[in-house]
Design a protein around this ligand. Structure first.
Ligand SMILES: [Zn+2]
Ligand SMILES: [Zn+2]
Length: 307
């Protein structure tokens, strides 16, 4: 599980930071990439990476400001020409459906793969046997969602030696026990999986927030997250400006990470008012409050290890 930043700038593209797009790479977990926002030229950014558009399975849109969605129609269209034939599901606020339909129909774009668009409300918006995704509204003037991606705990490793000592021979039974099933042997003995499995492996939690003011739902979505991505459009001391423009400061992002007991914070949505030399100052500000703070850069990747 890795986070790959495709675009990390605020509002409009800058030379060093394109507008927002974040890839959650789940290649080992499900051979897929989930995208969060698709600012203009996201597909150009992807060209410089190892990400395959055909691997994109889901696209989560945080809000409908242009710097988060202007890259979507082009990306969807090109995916057809890049071997993409598997279904894509897009999740986003009310209006995302019309935006996509109008863009595709006026440009007479026909996709070679099934596309479904889900206009979300707060709550669990996706769930399968691997992941749950929950969305909540933040504070940004227009509806802006934050997403909390929770990986299910994995069963512990199989204690094969212990099973052999109990007279169970390797075979399909091992797999059943590994999957947590209770097995009755031919001799009538019942094998409880708990006794033959190591401790279960805690699933990871990733929280990716759209643009927002400092707000309570950000904290709720970030609770105990392994990796929190929070915007930091302003630096510390600019709380009033941040409030007026529905954005956050470095300090506020760090305060959320601290209150929510996160493992790592990554600042993004960085204004072009800050040049390369001042990025480290922004991180330092956050680290005063929350030591495990990082700053996103275009094409920077973060691995999210198991605990
Ligand atoms: Zn934005
Ligand atoms: Zn915005």
């Amino acid at each position: 599980m890795d986070i790959f930043f495709l675009g990390t700038g605020a509002g409009m593209p800058a030379k060093l930071r394109n507008v927002t797009s974040i890839a959650l790479k789940l290649l080992e977990e499900r051979g897929a990439v989930w995208l969060f926002d698709a600012g203009e030229a996201t597909q150009h950014q992807i060209l410089h990476t190892s990400i395959k558009p055909r691997r994109i399975e889901k696209i989560f849109i945080t809000h409908l400001h242009g710097d988060h969605i202007y890259g979507l129609p082009g990306l969807l269209s090109s995916r057809s020409f890049q071997g993409g034939d598997s279904e894509v599901t897009i999740y986003g606020p009310k209006g995302i459906k019309e935006y996509i339909q109008v863009s595709l129909s006026i440009s007479q774009t026909y996709l070679k793969y099934p596309l479904s668009v889900v206009e979300i409300t707060e709550g669990v918006i996706f769930e399968d046997n691997q992941f749950t995704v929950e969305a909540r509204l933040l504070e940004h003037g227009i509806p802006s969602y934050g997403y909390r991606i929770v990986e299910r705990d994995r069963p512990g490793t199989l204690l094969a030696e212990k099973l052999k000592e109990a007279g169970v021979q390797p075979g399909p039974i091992f797999r059943q026990i590994k999957n947590g099933e209770t097995v009755t042997l031919e001799d009538g003995r019942v094998i409880e999986p708990d006794k033959f499995l190591g401790p279960s492996q805690k699933g990871r939690i990733v929280t990716i927030l759209g643009d927002t003011r400092f707000c309570e739902n950000a904290r709720v979505l970030a609770q105990d997250a392994d990796f929190l991505i929070h915007e930091a459009t302003f630096s510390k001391g600019e709380e009033e400006l941040a409030f007026d423009y529905f954005h956050s400061t470095t300090y506020q992002a760090a305060e959320i990470a601290k209150q929510a007991n996160c493992r790592c914070l990554c600042l993004t949505h960085i204004s072009s008012r800050y040049d390369r030399n001042t990025w480290s100052e922004l991180v330092n500000e956050a680290q005063e409050v929350f030591p495990h703070s990082e700053i996103a850069e275009d094409f920077k990747e973060f691995h999210i290890p198991l605990r």
